[in-house]
Design a protein around this ligand. Structure first.
Ligand SMILES: *C/C=C(C)/C=C/C=C(C)/C=C/C1=C(C)CCCC1(C)C
Length: 268
């Protein structure tokens, strides 16, 4: 482990500690919010709680591994102990939470249950490939190895984002203007937050010294996780709340069929 200054050690320590707090709070929030949406959307919030609960647990482990890997040195900074810090807990976390994030989004798309099932199968396989292929590069100190596995991992990554972009776009075309705008925001947030992971992964290849690369990666992954799990979950919560409301208003004896969508043009 590279030597760290107090500032570097603390930055990573604080990012991890903050992430534990956010994940724990989001877990409780999503469970408590279940009663505020229509019954058929409650499952979506339960998935959001599952994601943040699993991530909270893993961050506790990551945090403990970080504090075990370093001790205060007599010269004022931090030096590595015999405990090695690696990204194992993080990758285990992604393996569980990324498929659940896909479930959470696909649950609010306008597709048949059969289509939902086959879409989910394809995306979950791609997600597992993305994470498993990234891991050997993540734990290697050799930059060529990192680059090769990182490149392989990027293939399923691009596939997932392209498919989701298209599927969310298809649903947007059938939604009310308000839901459409929010779906568009979720889609951008997904792209922006997932895009941070390969950038953080690449930090050691950008000519940074080892300590900066290590700390930059911890902070980058932590920020991306906060955006990609609790914040993304909150945005989806906003959408299912509106949809619950819309469906309630439109309920009386099929007076209005929401599946037709309220297009801006049709309203004038
Ligand atoms: C909550 C956790 C999430 C959303 C994790 C997402 C992880 C990725 C999008 C990781 C992608 C990677 C690449 C595209 C290439 C380099 C290796 C990875 C695994 C960091």
């Amino acid at each position: 482990m590279p030597n760290l200054t107090v500032g570097q050690y603390d930055l990573s320590y604080n990012a991890m500690s903050f992430t534990i707090a956010v994940m724990g709070a989001a877990f409780v929030f999503f469970l408590l919010a279940r009663g505020t949406v229509a019954y058929k959307y409650q499952r979506v919030l339960e998935v959001g709680a599952l994601i943040t609960g699993v991530a909270c647990y893993h961050y506790v482990r990551i945090f403990a591994a970080w504090t075990a890997a370093y001790s205060r040195s007599t010269s004022g900074g931090y030096t590595g102990t015999n405990e090695l810090f690696n990204e194992g807990y993080r990758y285990a976390d992604w393996l569980l939470t990324v498929p659940l994030l896909l479930v959470e989004l696909i649950a609010i798309l306008y597709i048949t249950n059969q289509e939902r099932g086959s879409l989910l199968n394809k995306l979950v396989i791609a997600a597992a490939l993305m994470i498993v292929l990234g891991y050997p590069g993540e734990v290697s100190s050799d930059t060529t190895t990192r680059l090769i596995w990182g490149t392989l991992s990027t293939i399923p990554f691009v596939y997932i984002l392209a498919v989701l972009w298209r599927e969310v776009g298809a649903t947007m075309a059938r939604e009310t203007p308000e839901v459409r705008a929010r779906l568009s925001a979720v889609r951008l947030l997904l792209l922006a937050s997932w895009g941070v992971y390969p950038i953080a992964y690449l930090l050691p290849l950008l000519g940074l010294d080892e300590a900066t690369g290590l700390v930059g990666r911890q902070v980058g992954y932590s920020i991306a996780d906060v955006i990609a799990k609790p914040l993304y979950g909150l945005m989806i919560y906003g959408i299912i709340r509106i949809k619950s409301q819309e469906e309630k208003e439109n309920a009386p004896a099929g007076a209005y069929d929401t599946s037709e969508g309220i297009h801006a043009g049709a309203q004038s």
